[in-house]
Design a protein around this ligand. Sequence first.
Ligand code: ZN
Length: 165
Amino acid sequence: MSSADKKILSALYTAQEIREAWEFAQNRLVIQHPKLGAISPNEYRLKFSQKPCPFCAKKMTHGKTLHATQSRQEAISRGYQYINNKGKDYINQAGEFYFHPHYVTLDHKINKARCPELMFDHQNLQAICWRCNIEKGDNNAYEIEQALKYIQDLKQEISNRYKFF
Ligand SMILES: [Zn+2]
């Protein structure tokens, strides 16, 4: 992205403007990635199909025909339903489609509503699974919290194994 484009992006203000700019760019080569080159958000997601989610380490899925359905019943029988962070039964949904819990999504580390100029910045983007994306929400400390949780689990594991600690 040129600095001029960033200037245009930083002028976006309403949630709707930001959403529209993001939607409009889905199949355009708006991300300049040092390894992948110029790439669209949709192509970027596809690159992470079958790769582990950096937060939950589950294999991420991609492809609507294989990993989405319009039938809620079918979604449940495929095991798409999970218990979300509020303790409720939940299925990822977009439009009329229900999606696999670990379907790949493109997350903005710093929310695009806060910093629209970083919307297509590769350093601000990460492929994470839908479920983790929902749990993360607008919590910009999520990554740190997950790392802390990991360390706490590790500490617990060590004290379970070695009782003398
Ligand atoms: Zn995940």
